[in-house]
Design a protein around this ligand. Structure first.
Ligand SMILES: O=C(O)CCC(=O)C(=O)O
Ligand SMILES: [Fe+2]
Length: 264
């Protein structure tokens, strides 16, 4: 099997549990970013399954190192992607989470955004709400929200990949120019129950430490958020104190198992 080394330690995994994302700036090479500049909008599959796309993006050691840390040693590697390409100015999307956002505490699906070109505020960056991945909501109930305290515009240098916990609230932000703004979105899925097999210094499992409170969170909800994060941390560590199994059959999953990929 292709050897992917985990890159995250306990603290970084806890940070992910709290925020719902990991951002890797400028990880993809300039040469490969250029190759993606002419990709048309919409569904992608052939290009995604090439060795080139795998080596440069999907199985790039830093990108896959995060996936390996959060989903285990064998996982489903994307075989499709969607290019969210905007050119004309627009007023932005409404807040939403995608498709079949899952219930429960597990981390089974990482949805990723790859930006082949730099994205500035006027280019209509994706916006995310850190911490919102803990709250499964009716999409229509959040669509009317305007600015939310703590929201983040993903303004990034070219070659950035953002890995998110599926379910994080996000949207394309307003765009004020006619410059091409591309974002290639793809997902990795868990294949096996979790264990704490990222970069560890000792076998002793540290207790979840909440780094604080998201700016939009008030008293009671902050207690709930902390509890939900604690449950996710324990689940990821394989402690599973709460009854919540993992059954891949129920996942909205598509991809090729890492251990079936052979380089040509
Ligand atoms: O293009 C973006 O920045 C986000 C697009 C998106 O979230 C969607 O269309 O579901
Ligand atoms: Fe979306």
């Amino acid at each position: 099997m292709i050897d992917i080394q985990p890159t995250m330690n306990d603290k970084q995994v806890m940070d992910f549990v709290f925020t719902g994302y990991v951002m890797l700036e400028s990880v993809v090479s300039e040469a490969f970013n250029h190759q993606c500049e002419t990709v048309p909008a919409g569904g992608m599959s052939d290009f995604v399954c090439t060795d080139e796309f795998r080596r440069n993006v999907l199985l790039h050691p830093e990108v896959a190192g995060v996936v390996r840390s959060l989903l285990g040693s064998n996982f489903l590697v994307p075989i499709t992607a969607h290019h969210h390409l905007y050119e004309a100015p627009h007023q932005g999307q409404t807040w939403h989470s995608d498709g079949l956002a899952e219930t429960g505490y597990g981390v089974t699906h990482l949805q990723c955004y790859y930006y082949p070109q730099a994205v500035k505020i006027e280019d209509g960056p994706t916006m995310i709400l850190p911490g919102s991945h803990c709250r499964l909501v009716d999409r229509e109930a959040i669509a009317h929200y305007g600015d939310i305290l703590g929201q983040m515009s993903v303004t990034v240098p070219a070659g950035t990949v953002v890995l998110t916990r599926y379910g994080i609230w996000h949207k394309a932000g307003p765009k004020f120019n006619s410059k091409r703004r591309g974002m290639i979105k793809f997902s990795y899925f868990r294949l096996h129950p979790p264990k704490r097999d990222w970069v560890i210094e000792s076998d002793e499992i540290p207790a979840y430490r909440n780094p604080g409170r998201h700016p939009y969170v008030t008293e009671v909800e902050s207690y709930r958020d902390r509890r939900r994060c604690m449950n996710t941390w324990e689940w990821l560590c394989g402690q599973d104190k709460i009854e919540m199994g993992f059954d891949r059959e129920y996942l909205f999953s598509r991809g090729i198992p890492l251990n079936e990929i052979k380089w040509n």
